[in-house]
Design a protein around this ligand. Structure first.
Ligand code: HEC
Length: 163
């Protein structure tokens, strides 16, 4: 029984890798995905909306998406406590990254409000840099901690397959 389970778990990353189903990689470990991950997915969806809205010069739509990014929800209290206890003294740095994302999204929202396409694109790039910077600094250790090493490896494999 236990062996079957282990085999099964080893199979899933391989299947995911072959099928290239990026976001479904949450299924690679027993650990429940963090609510944070869902929040991240909606940030990503809103970034996509900004790209599409910019192409259409649909500034109100870009503004609304930027506003959702700027005011994104936070995980429930119980999860915040788990994150806090994992981050410890690094929490201030993590929070600072989040603040930068918030500020850049607010500037993007403002540029869209003013229908200033060039600035929308500039602020979009700035915003995207804030996302990247937090991911480069924290994502791997987060995933290692909350999903285990195998989960983190499978995740990046699935992502590579998806490209
Ligand atoms: C304060 C840090 C921080 C900022 C800022 C941040 N992220 Fe994340 N992001 C994370 C962490 C940590 C994870 C890993 C979460 C997990 O795997 O459960 C993550 C994961 C993701 C994922 C992968 C979700 C999945 O299904 O595996 C996406 C997409 C994402 N972020 C998009 C964004 C976008 C877009 C922005 C900027 C608008 C952003 N993030 C800003 C910390 C951050």
């Amino acid at each position: 029984m236990k062996n079957n389970n282990t085999q099964y778990r080893l199979l899933i990353p391989a299947i995911l890798f072959l099928a290239s189903t990026g976001p479904a990689s949450a299924a690679t470990t027993d650990a429940e995905p963090l609510q944070l991950r869902k929040i991240m997915q909606s940030l990503s969806a809103d970034m996509q909306i900004v790209v599409d809205a910019t192409a259409m010069e649909d500034w109100p739509r870009a503004e609304q998406a930027a506003a959702r990014i700027a005011d994104h929800p936070t995980p429930p209290m119980s999860e915040k406590v788990r994150i806090l206890s994992f981050m410890g003294s690094k929490m201030a740095g993590f929070k600072a990254h989040d603040d930068k994302t918030h500020d850049a999204a607010s500037a993007l929202k403002q540029a869209a409000h003013q229908q200033d396409g060039v600035r929308v694109i500039e602020q979009f790039a700035r915003l995207q840099n804030t996302c990247l910077s937090c991911h480069q600094n924290y994502r791997a250790s987060f995933q290692q901690h909350f999903y285990g090493a195998a989960g983190a490896a499978a995740e990046s494999q699935a992502k590579m397959g998806a490209r």
